[in-house]
Design a protein around this ligand. Structure first.
Ligand code: 5AD
Ligand code: SF4
Length: 439
């Protein structure tokens, strides 16, 4: 038998891309590829790109430029670009960077084997269609290899919301939910391979409405089905839109034992004027009322969110409203970004905020978020949390895992293995993690 060919995948951006990269590697496994951690010995390099912020495309071009030497040494090396930059740029990528052999958009990953074969014949392969067939079903099954205790599982893709700043509806396309039975089968398979915690993924995961045994199933319905899977201990989901936070999902946060008390629910801004201009279809007030209901169902839930500062036309007063909202919510985690113009989106045409003012706002917002984050983490000291151990820590004898609230927790010199779920009493809180001892 010939030696396996080596595949190097570099993943940018969100968890969805992490999941997609795994599935692409598995699919190309059927073509005789095994993954390698360095581009130097690869027979194929795939960049799985993200287009959500910053000069994404430019970064991809400069990364590609760095492979020139490798390709010169090894003319058989194939170079591919996948992900949202591939979708947005299409053929332009091959025009600007002739060393690229393959360009594949997120909806066409199941076509990778044919595309790879085409490149082996010396041709270029491009596919940025939005085909009708079920990509996930056609992607090759995962090999039965053992896995770590946590895994992502994409259940829904695409978005119909069209927030004025966002490229997702253009690069990932319209919202599509996978049928429930296929998701359950995939979950079962993951559990058989050692997974104990599954994070359900979707750009708008709480809008999930996949075909179930009797009609469409909601995300809560799907979570209840997963709750029955023996050996699966924890369920999480991300990322959600406030308008799709249905009653049954809120209720599940109070009653479904495997659903973890953590919710990522981006609000983007605290100013109603800006929210309207963002086409968000909720107000700061309606978001806060929604949170009251979620917290009534699950009082200890830790909230997480996303913010954009310096959105076109944002004034100091608008920004102040964002700080006020953050002050009221107190996020356990929050991600804040400076607005970045995405060509083709409605907000790109509007009058931009002075970059220095935007920088200054970002710093102030992040300082406030960091303070809350730290307060919430520090408040865990003295409490007992349940930790799913994932890997050895940096120091000898240390093991690290995540609490139900997604805090990193480490213990030292304890008898725990990867995949163990144990009660830990928290003894101290550091910059980015908690330390404790087994109970
Ligand atoms: N500029 C800055 N941040 C953005 N996001 C999405 N599009 C943009 C943009 N053009 C942020 C939003 C979203 C997160 C995934 O990325 O906060 O929730
Ligand atoms: Fe983008 Fe999320 Fe808005 Fe959809 S809901 S357009 S993915 S920010």
């Amino acid at each position: 038998m010939s030696d396996p060919k080596k595949l190097y995948i570099k993943t940018y951006g969100c968890q969805m891309n992490v999941y997609d990269s795994e599935r692409m590697a598995e699919t190309l496994g059927g073509q005789g590829y095994v993954e390698t951690q360095t581009p130097d010995d690869a027979d194929m390099i795939l960049l799985n790109t993200c287009h959500i912020r910053e000069k994404a495309a430019e970064k991809v071009y400069s990364e590609l430029g760095r492979f020139k030497g490798l390709k010169a040494e090894k003319p058989d090396l194939k170079i591919g670009v996948a992900g949202c930059v591939a979708q947005a740029e299409g053929e332009e990528i091959m025009r600007r960077q002739p060393l690229v052999d393959l360009v594949v958009g997120p909806q066409s990953y199941h076509r990778l084997p044919e595309m790879e074969a085409k490149t082996r014949e010396g041709a270029k392969a491009l596919d940025t269609d939005f085909p009708e067939e079920d990509k996930f079903e056609m992607l090759k099954n995962r090999p039965k290899a053992k896995r770590g205790p946590t895994a992502f599982l994409t259940v829904q893709e695409g978005c119909d919301k069209f927030c004025a700043f966002c490229v997702v509806p253009y690069t990932r396309g319209a919202e599509v939910s996978r049928p429930a039975d296929r998701i359950l089968r995939e979950a079962q398979d993951l559990v058989e391979r050692g997974v104990r915690e599954i994070t359900l993924l979707g750009q708008n995961v709480n809008a999930y409405h996949g075909a179930g045994s009797n009609g469409d199933m909601t995300l809560a319905g799907l979570i209840w089905e997963l709750n029955k899977v023996d050996g699966l201990e924890r369920i999480r989901f991300t990322t959600s839109h406030p308008n799709d936070m249905a009653d049954d999902l809120i209720e599940a946060h109070g009653t479904c034992e495997k659903l973890m008390p953590y919710l990522h629910l981006p609000v983007q801004s605290g100013s109603d004027r800006i929210l309207k201009r963002m086409n968000r279809s909720h107000t700061a007030e309606s978001y806060l009322r929604l949170l009251e209901r979620i917290r009534a169902a699950r009082p200890d839930i830790v909230m997480s969110g996303d913010f954009i500062v310096g959105f076109p036309e944002e004034t100091e007063e608008d920004f102040q409203a964002t700080l006020d909202l953050v002050e009221q919510v107190k996020y356990g985690y929050a991600y804040s970004f400076k607005y970045s113009t995405r060509p083709g989106t409605p907000a790109a045409e509007r009058s931009q905020v002075d970059p220095q003012a935007a920088d200054d706002r970002l710093q102030r917002l992040q300082a406030l978020i960091t303070r809350h984050q730290r307060e919430i983490q520090d408040a865990m000291v003295g409490r007992t949390v349940r930790v799913l151990f994932e890997k050895p820590g940096r120091l000898p004898g240390q093991m690290v895992g995540k609490s139900e609230y997604l805090h990193s927790v480490h213990v030292s010199d304890a008898d725990v293995g990867i995949g163990d779920l144990k009660d830990v009493r928290i003894t101290s809180s550091g910059a980015n993690s908690l330390a404790g001892a087994l109970v």
